[in-house]
Design a protein around this ligand. Structure first.
Ligand code: GDP
Ligand code: MG
Length: 173
């Protein structure tokens, strides 16, 4: 068939191990959640087709196979991405610092064109929160990224994250 009128975007997920990257994608694409952490057994990417503003859009969402634990994710993984979703765990301050390192690297290698979304995940664990939402929002604005607070467990904020990101990508296409 013809691909006329069909837009393809590559979105890459980055962030420390265990922050919930795989869970966010599985929740969005398959509406599933697992309490268990799967580090190795997943596809390198999942696709989601959506219709938005009269456009047919295919999102190729790239997840890691756990290489982040070995600091083994280089430009080959993210170089042709239209957008990056940078995930931290709101109970883990170190994971937020890791996101800031990713922002620096992505801006340095990919420049201003890449759309960045910074995501504070696990908001169902608000009682154990260590990263204030206001701080993350201020930081995100300062680097030209949008900010979302999500829970893959309770399915909060995830539809909005991907919808908003796709709208930004459509505006730039
Ligand atoms: P990844 O290494 O970044 O891909 O993280 P995973 O998606 O494998 O999730 C790591 C662990 O965190 C798993 O035990 C998940 O069940 C759990 N997890 C993921 N998202 C959430 C969430 O929103 N809330 C809670 N409470 N746990 C989550
Ligand atoms: Mg994973």
């Amino acid at each position: 068939g013809s691909n006329l009128g069909q837009l393809h975007f590559k979105i890459v997920l980055l962030g420390e191990g265990c922050v919930g990257k795989t869970s966010l994608v599985l929740r969005y694409v398959e509406d599933k959640f697992h309490e268990k952490h799967f580090s190795t057994i997943q596809a390198s990417f999942l696709t989601k087709k959506i219709n938005l503003e009269g456009q047919r859009v295919t999102l190729a969402i790239w997840d890691t196979a756990g290489q982040e634990r070995f600091h083994a994710l280089g430009p080959i993984y993210y170089r042709d991405s239209h957008a990056a979703i940078l995930v931290y765990d709101i109970t883990d301050q170190d994971s937020f610092v890791k996101v800031q390192n990713w922002v620096k690297e992505l801006r340095r290698i990919l420049g201003d064109k890449v759309v960045l979304a910074i995501v504070g995940n696990k908001i169902d664990l608000d009682k154990e929160r260590n990263v204030p939402a206001e701080e993350a929002l201020e930081y995100s604005k300062s680097v030209g990224a949008t900010h979302y607070q999500t829970s893959a467990k309770t399915n909060r904020g995830i539809e909005e994250l991907f919808l908003d990101l796709t709208q930004q990508l459509l505006r730039m296409a």
